[in-house]
Design a protein around this ligand. Structure first.
Ligand SMILES: [Zn+2]
Length: 415
């Protein structure tokens, strides 16, 4: 672990020297190095996080984390650390230093099921919980170069949505952000793991040893469907799919380049929709909902989960039509879809609306564009999908006003 920090610091130093002597063709990016060292202690159900900062050029002035004081606690470190109710501000010493804190891993989603959990044999948690969101003050537009290093109990391995650098270290790269931190689902423990490249995506499917997760089935489903999805929109570089059993929450939850799926979820339900592909569509679209946009986010995930099945010929056109009819029935009676959180009925109605929208886009573009182009545009430049943003993306794809579709009571803007 020390070697990694030293190597990074050395790289930074070399870059600094190179800048002085090298020809102008090789400009160095102004940056500072961060190594997140995460030690999982199952007996405490805790992750001990140390953020090692190496910043020889003093580019990072301060950091302000937004924390959940119930989960992220015991902050202390070099320089000045100021802990308030829901924020922790760190002003590191010149050159860098270490900030340490502890994370209580277990988190209940409802009365009896968890959406993060640590047992004696595995830990399943989101990176966001380990390293919370932060605002940074830097010199100019200095960027972080970050790595994650895991210190795990003997015999444990990990499934993470990051590129490995060595046995225990991964690169954390989020080029769209100035401050890199690990996000997405992390599963660590005594695991069964399948790794394979599918349609250009580094897929990793993992679950604790002895759980009933159907890793091979899930991999097969991806091999059938990812090539079909790749024709619609760019796929992520990596996809980490992690599963676990009760008392983990019995549902699916997506996060950047990753998703959690409870082991009881079928790959394809009796109604021919796929909970796994629904979550994978969320990963592909990369966006959360903004005001009035949850129907579109959930509707696109549901519809394109089904599209992936029919376009890959995993299900027949007949079964696809039957599924759409059943979904239409389920959405009947929904008056307004622009609610804060889409229920099952709202999502069902959204599927019908999105298909109508596709028809309207085809009509106004004389058959040149369709809903696939909207999905591609959303996946290529992710931004929170509010009603207004969604409409503007659709209209820019269509190259025309879509007032006939959008100006209806069901799509009334949220209050
Ligand atoms: Zn969803």
């Amino acid at each position: 672990m020390k070697r990694t920090a030293a190597a990074l610091a050395l790289c930074a130093l070399l870059a600094g020297n190179a800048r002085a002597q090298a020809p102008p063709a090789a400009p160095a990016v102004a940056g500072y190095d961060v190594r997140y060292e995460v030690r999982i202690v199952p007996t405490e159900k805790t992750a001990h996080v140390a953020m090692h900062l190496s910043d020889p050029n003093n580019l990072l002035h301060s950091l302000r984390f937004r924390v959940d004081p119930e989960r992220q606690l015991a902050f202390h470190g070099d320089g000045h650390v100021q802990v308030e109710e829901e924020t922790v501000a760190w002003t590191p010493r010149k050159g860098g230093g270490v900030l340490r804190w502890a994370v209580r891993i277990d988190h209940l989603r409802d009365e009896s099921s968890y959406d993060a959990r640590c047992t004696s044999s595995f830990a399943l948690v989101r990176g966001d919980d380990l390293v919370p969101r932060a605002r940074v003050r830097t010199a100019g537009h200095a960027q972080s170069r970050a790595v994650l290093q895991l210190v795990l109990p003997q015999g444990w391995s990990a499934v993470l949505p990051y590129a490995p650098l060595s046995e225990d270290t991964w690169a954390i790269e989020r080029p769209e952000r100035r401050f890199d931190r690990p996000v997405g689902w992390l599963l660590m423990g005594r695991l069964g793991v399948l790794r394979e490249r599918v349609a250009g995506v580094h897929v990793a499917i993992g679950a604790p040893v002895g759980s009933g997760a159907r890793r091979q089935d899930l991999l097969a489903l991806l091999r059938w469907t990812l090539p079909a999805l790749r024709k619609i929109a760019p796929l992520p570089d990596r996809l980490a799919l992690v599963g676990a059993a009760d008392p983990m929450w019995r549902g699916g939850l997506s996060a950047p380049q990753s998703a959690y799926l409870h082991e009881s979820l079928p790959l394809i339900s009796e109604d021919a929709t796929s909970p796994a592909l629904h979550e994978i569509m969320h990963v592909l679209l990369r966006a959360r909902a903004g005001p009035g946009g949850d129907w579109a986010v959930e509707g696109l995930a549901e519809l394109y989960g089904l599209e992936a099945l029919v376009r890959s010929r995993t299900i027949s056109k007949h079964r696809y039509q039957r599924a759409l009819e059943r979904i239409a029935e389920e959405g009947r009676g929904v008056k307004v879809v622009t609610v804060a959180r889409a229920t099952g009925a709202v999502t069902a109605r959204a599927v019908g609306l999105l298909r109508e929208l596709g028809d309207e886009i085809r009509r106004v573009s004389a058959g040149h564009k369709g809903l696939d182009d909207v999905v591609r545009a959303l996946a290529e430049s992710p931004a929170p999908i509010s009603l207004a943003h969604f409409r503007s993306v659709c209209e820019s794809v269509a190259g025309a006003s879509l007032a006939t579709f959008f100006d209806r009571r069901e799509l009334a803007p949220p209050d």
